[in-house]
Design a protein around this ligand. Structure first.
Ligand code: SF4
Ligand code: SF4
Length: 95
């Protein structure tokens, strides 16, 4: 069983963060992701993360294609630490 399999998705903090100072509103991230993670802020012409937990844990494809490098994710270490902490919370709760 993988580490994240025993932890509810909502407790895994893996989703994109957009730096609006860098984003140029090209929309490539929104077009690319088929999981409805992103919506679009018409007023400010940039993407917004509307369904963070639809993001596939470990995927960072949209960050790689962003021409501005405006999308970031936690580091692998941060991800693993968060999964470990969530697992420990659940194990403590199940005793
Ligand atoms: S791909 Fe990058 S620059 Fe283009 S809309 Fe998304 S975050 Fe903004
Ligand atoms: S990392 Fe993958 S699943 Fe998550 S928002 Fe980007 S393209 Fe979609």
């Amino acid at each position: 069983m993988s580490a994240e399999a025993s932890v509810p998705r909502e407790e895994i903090p893996w989703y994109p963060k957009v730096n609006f100072n860098e984003c140029i509103g090209c929309g490539q991230c929104v077009e690319f992701c088929h999981n409805d993670v992103y919506g679009w802020d018409e007023e400010n012409n940039h993407p917004i993360v509307v369904n963070p937990h639809n993001c596939v844990v470990g995927c960072s494809a949209c960050a790689k294609l962003c021409p501005q490098g405006a999308i970031s994710f936690p580091s692998k270490e941060e991800l693993l630490a968060a999964i470990r902490a969530a697992r420990e919370r659940h194990m403590a709760g199940n005793r």
